[in-house]
Ligand binder design. Structure first.
Ligand SMILES: *[C@@H]1O[C@H](CO)[C@@H](O)[C@H](O)[C@H]1NC(C)=O
Ligand SMILES: *[C@@H]1O[C@H](CO)[C@@H](O)[C@H](O)[C@H]1NC(C)=O
Ligand SMILES: *[C@@H]1O[C@H](CO)[C@@H](O)[C@H](O)[C@H]1NC(C)=O
Ligand SMILES: *[C@@H]1O[C@H](CO)[C@@H](O)[C@H](O)[C@H]1NC(C)=O
Ligand SMILES: *[C@@H]1O[C@H](CO)[C@@H](O)[C@H](O)[C@H]1NC(C)=O
Ligand SMILES: *[C@@H]1O[C@H](CO)[C@@H](O)[C@H](O)[C@H]1NC(C)=O
Length: 468
């Protein structure tokens, strides 16, 4: 019943191989847990390799030990090197507010006026021209306007395909996978029947994350099989390890890469890959669902000032902590990744923070889209993306700040919250949540992008297919 597996990261990462032992995970019902935890581990392994000098070697190689108790998704205890403070190896790192709640937000200086809290576009605009769905269409048009090589390539792939098959992935991507299925079914593709021996492989569109090799490619020449690779990596870091896969896709007439970040897109353009890349917000998701009524806690009643989930390079973590130590911010650095706990924590936090694992980074929309539904105000370290950031700011209440000023910006935002009447905060929260919830109409996406183009050379329905 007990499985033991070793996960090693690609050999073009720094010499020391990261090895993660997944211990004591029972097979069967707990199978999904392995994947869930492996993804978390991958998050944790995303350290900044370009910046080795400032980080002691061992602290860049956290070893993850999974406890035997796999009944909880949070049964993972990170064991950092001895250089990490003891507190940081405990399950949850929290910096409690010192002193009275009332005094906790006093600032040394006057707070600058801005912070996007109050800056709201008209609600109408956010629901119409600046909706996430419209953003998706604009994104696709940016990389793949009608007639462009990537537009034509994607169209050819869709026209060739009648069925689709999505490669199993980590459970953290469950919601993304549901979205991809909605997108392809909305266009008219149907799930491949389980008995694939009946099917001509050339009419089944295979979708997989770029980091996962398709099983079918082990046995067949993949060049003739329609494929979509979803590129979910940070191309400035670990993602560069997948250049072979990306180039192979570029060389295949039936392979397209879906990319979530225009920063990554620029890097891929420099590698002459752009004719096979279509931008789409494939990392948007809602793994934690929408906030229930009781989870929409009024801003001033939220007990956590700032919450952070994710991995931060240890030198960055130390800098943040030493700045935090000079404040009275109640900060929670949580590694309890159980979904219910995450939802609860976000709904009890005023600000939800995203700090990049390493310096150059695309917008982490997978976290942003899931946390913002709980009403906390997103504060994000400056990103290298350039497209549509103003929509996120205006409609999604996102504040961007450089790494060095994240703590100061948190203080400004908290002070602003303190000074703003609850009624106004509630209205802002309502609009924000509404925007984040409205999301993307995945079913409509491909039909709108390829409107006016013939769908497929294959009949859409046959008697045999109706049985599926
Ligand atoms: C601080 O803000 C208050 C009210 O906005 C203003 O009256 C005061 O002049 C400001 N002080 C400084 C030093 O800017
Ligand atoms: C799509 O992109 C083209 C070329 O970049 C541009 O001219 C056009 O205005 C865009 N269309 C929309 C609807 O954004
Ligand atoms: C798939 O279909 C073929 C032909 O009908 C059949 O012989 C085979 O047993 C089926 N395989 C599975 C796994 O169902
Ligand atoms: C922050 O303060 C705590 C105690 O108040 C101390 O143990 C810790 O080392 C400090 N951390 C940093 C990074 O300064
Ligand atoms: C943060 O604010 C403090 C107090 O106003 C100031 O001394 C410090 O220089 C600021 N730090 C940054 C990085 O802006
Ligand atoms: C295809 O089948 C679906 C579901 O059975 C049906 O709703 C649709 O109208 C059919 N389309 C065509 C073109 O026959």
């Amino acid at each position: 019943m007990v499985s033991f597996s070793t996960y090693s990261v690609r050999n073009n990462l720094p010499t020391r191989t990261f090895i993660v032992f997944l211990l004591g995970i029972a097979v069967g019902s707990n199978f999904s847990l392995i994947f869930h935890q492996t993804k978390i581990i991958l998050d944790l392994l995303r350290t900044d390799h370009s910046n080795k000098q400032d980080t002691p070697a061992e602290s860049r190689h956290p070893m993850m030990v999974l406890t035997k108790d796999s009944s909880k998704a949070n049964a993972m205890i990170p064991v950092f090197s001895s250089l990490e403070s003891k507190a940081e190896s405990s399950k949850t790192f929290t910096k409690r507010k010192k002193g009275e709640e009332k005094n906790s937000l006093l600032l040394a200086t006057n707070v600058s006026t801005d912070s996007k809290i109050a800056k709201q576009s008209s609600e109408n605009e956010c629901q119409l021209t600046k909706s996430q769905h419209q953003m998706s269409l604009q994104m696709a048009n940016f990389s793949s306007h009608p007639g462009s090589p990537s537009f034509q390539k994607m169209l050819r792939i869709l026209q060739q395909s009648r069925y689709y098959k999505i490669c199993p992935d980590f459970p953290v991507f469950d919601d993304n996978i549901r979205n991809y299925a909605r997108m392809l079914e909305g266009y008219g593709l149907r799930p491949a029947p389980s008995n694939e021996t009946l099917l001509d492989p050339s009419i089944t569109l295979h979708l997989t994350r770029v980091s996962i090799k398709l099983p079918i490619c082990h046995t067949m020449d993949c060049n003739n099989i329609p494929r979509i690779l979803t590129q979910s990596e940070q191309m400035s870091g670990v993602g560069m390890g997948f250049l072979n896969e990306l180039e192979e896709c570029q060389n295949s007439p039936l392979c397209i890469i879906l990319e979530f970040s225009d920063f990554n897109y620029q890097l891929m353009t420099q590698r002459s890959l752009k004719d096979s890349v279509m931008l789409l917000p494939i990392m948007h998701q809602a793994r934690l669902g929408d906030a229930k009524e009781e989870q929409i806690v009024p801003m001033k009643q939220r007990s956590i000032d700032v919450v952070f989930y994710g991995y931060m390079q240890s030198s960055r973590r130390k800098q943040i902590w030493s700045q935090l130590n000079t404040t009275k911010i109640h900060f929670l650095f949580s590694t309890d990744y159980s979904l219910s706990e995450m939802a609860q924590t976000y709904s009890n936090s005023k600000i939800c923070l995203i700090v990049h694992s390493h310096t150059q980074s695309a917008l982490e929309t997978h976290r942003l889209s899931e946390m913002s539904r709980f009403g906390c105000i997103p504060l994000i370290e400056t990103v290298f993306d350039t497209l549509q950031l103003e929509y996120y700011q205006e409609c999604g209440d996102v504040t961007f700040a450089d790494f060095d000023s994240l703590v100061n910006t948190s203080m400004e935002m908290l002070s602003k919250i303190q000074r703003t009447p609850s009624r106004v905060l509630a209205e802002q929260m309502r609009k924000r949540i509404q925007w984040w919830r409205s999301g993307i109409i995945w079913e409509a996406l491909l039909n709108e992008i390829f409107a006016g183009y013939p769908k497929t050379g294959y009949p859409q329905n046959t008697t045999k297919d109706k049985k599926q």
